[in-house]
Ligand binder design. Structure first.
Ligand code: ADP
Ligand code: MG
Length: 325
């Protein structure tokens, strides 16, 4: 029988990709310069996220996997705090209640030693000593193993992996200064090098053809709520049949937003073939953003929607014109 905590967890941890998002966010929050994500069978069998961030002491670790309040709770409408489950301050607790979760960590400072804790579908074990370089590894197995009603909603491995891949891709593109790697069933899917250059990250994630077609976008509209629109868009010939390669970020956070996507497409001014979508890695720095605090996705509403749309559209148009198209 599933406990109340397990049922509640199923509402927010929908699938392997939701777990991956939470763990990667934690690694980035911990100041990691490398984050390695490895999944088996799309994450339905196993998820491992390892970082070289600041790590935790044994005491921190005890607290981290239990239900606790986070300082982030107070700022639930701050875009920064709202990303996925982050604003609940209970990601590790939630994941631990619906899986077999092992956290191994060692603090970067104070020459601290390593420790490990295992949470077996909500049963928190004792902290034991464990060797590890500074940083944290979280391993999640048997996801929804004790909540069959939830487990049966998982899709086949390829579909779940698609969600994981999209999520990790976005973190890699949004954090070009962090070396992010993704491995599926033992095969490396991509690995960025953390140079800080978005184009390098795009090369690692999307490959050479796409990276070479990228045109730099950089505009500071100086009007309305948009401070800066920057990033890259592909030539109109380098497209795919789905919108998923149109990655947009508002104030550094990946968002799914039709206003931004339409604005990017409009910036191509009819140069795209029907039902073809370009690659984009586009950052919008902007005021007047309301974030929707739905735990599973990050949607935004712009106070000045028309202004944002025209700023993005003209930034993209200028980038394509500059490159002589
Ligand atoms: P939140 O991130 O909202 O605080 P989580 O349950 O995701 O809640 O994490 C709980 C706490 O565990 C974090 O606040 C942090 O102190 C610690 N923690 C989790 N993951 C890591 C990590 N990869 N590196 C260092 N500390 C971590
Ligand atoms: Mg967190």
């Amino acid at each position: 029988e599933a406990t109340v905590a397990q049922i509640a967890a199923g509402e927010v941890v929908e699938r392997p990709a939701s777990v991956v998002k939470e763990l990667v966010e934690n690694s980035l929050d911990a100041g990691a310069s490398s984050v390695d994500v490895s999944v088996e069978s799309g994450g339905t069998e196993r998820i491992v996220v390892a970082d070289d961030g600041r790590g935790m002491t044994a005491d921190d670790l005890q607290v981290a996997v239990r239900q606790h309040t986070t300082s982030k709770l107070g700022d639930a409408d701050d875009l920064d705090a709202v990303s996925t489950l982050g604003f609940r301050g209970e990601a590790l607790y939630t994941v631990g209640s619906v899986s077999e979760m092992t956290v191994t960590t060692r603090p970067r400072d104070a020459g601290g030693s390593g420790s490990r804790i295992v949470v077996d579908h909500g049963d928190v074990g004792d902290v034991t000593p464990a060797g590890r370089p500074a940083g944290t590894t979280v391993e999640v197995a048997d996801l929804f193993g004790e909540t069959p009603a939830r487990r049966k909603y998982l899709k086949r491995a390829a579909t779940e992996f698609g969600h994981v891949n999209r999520a990790v891709t976005r973190y890699a593109l949004a954090n070009p200064d962090v070396a992010v790697s993704l491995t599926h069933d033992g095969r490396e899917v991509f690995a960025t090098t953390g140079t800080g250059d978005v184009r390098d990250a795009a090369l690692a994630v999307y490959g050479r053809e796409v990276a070479q077609s990228l045109r730099e976008v950089d505009a500071e509209p100086n009007t309305g709520s948009v401070e800066r629109v920057h990033g890259y868009v592909s030539d109109p010939e380098v497209t795919r049949s789905t919108r998923e390669y149109l990655a947009t970020f508002v104030n550094g956070r990946a968002v799914t937003d039709t206003v931004l996507r339409e604005a990017v497409l409009d910036g191509y001014g009819g140069q795209l073939a029907p039902d073809r979508y370009p690659f984009a890695v586009l950052f919008v720095d902007c005021e007047g953003v309301d974030a929707n605090v739905h735990p599973r996705k990050l949607e935004v509403r712009f106070e000045d929607e028309a202004g944002v749309k025209s700023a993005v559209e003209s930034a993209v148009r200028d980038a394509l014109l500059d490159s002589g198209l």
